[in-house]
Design a protein around this ligand. Structure first.
Ligand SMILES: [Zn+2]
Ligand SMILES: [Zn+2]
Ligand SMILES: [Zn+2]
Length: 136
């Protein structure tokens, strides 16, 4: 008869290592994927949310390594880069930024563990009645 309890315990014993690998960058940020409203970063880092590198303990402005920038014929733009610790090259987060034109609007979107998530849409038409009135 197989001892099920023992087998489960074996799995749990193996788990901490796996979890550490998967969630390591949670330790480098104060808040994961904070809501940033309409603030979309096309470059740079939201350092306010950087708690410090868990690998080397440094809290210095992160390096950004551009993975790729893509612009297609419709004017849609995709920018992806990595936030990397300048001290030990530890990967803190991957950053994705998209820009596209949808009808009469320019739409921006950002997703990043460190910089958070944000989306914005701005009317292209000057003096449009649907102008964004949420400014302050
Ligand atoms: Zn990390
Ligand atoms: Zn580091
Ligand atoms: Zn970011």
């Amino acid at each position: 008869m197989v001892d099920a309890t023992f087998r489960v315990k074996g799995l749990i014993d193996a788990l901490p290592h796996v979890v550490l690998v998967l969630i390591m960058c949670q330790y480098c940020v104060k808040q994961q994927h904070p809501q940033r409203g309409t603030i979309c970063l096309e470059s740079g880092s939201y350092l306010m949310n950087f708690a410090g590198c868990k690998e080397c303990g440094k809290k210095e402005p992160l390096k950004t390594l551009v993975m790729f920038t893509e612009e297609d014929v419709d004017g849609e733009e995709l920018v992806t880069y990595k936030h990397v610790c300048p001290g030990c090259d530890h990967l803190v987060a991957e950053h994705e930024y998209t820009f596209r034109v949808e009808g009469n609007y320019q739409e921006y979107m950002m997703t990043c563990l460190l910089c958070g998530t944000a989306a914005d849409s701005i009317s292209i038409l000057p003096g449009s009645p649907t102008e964004n009135t949420s400014t302050f």
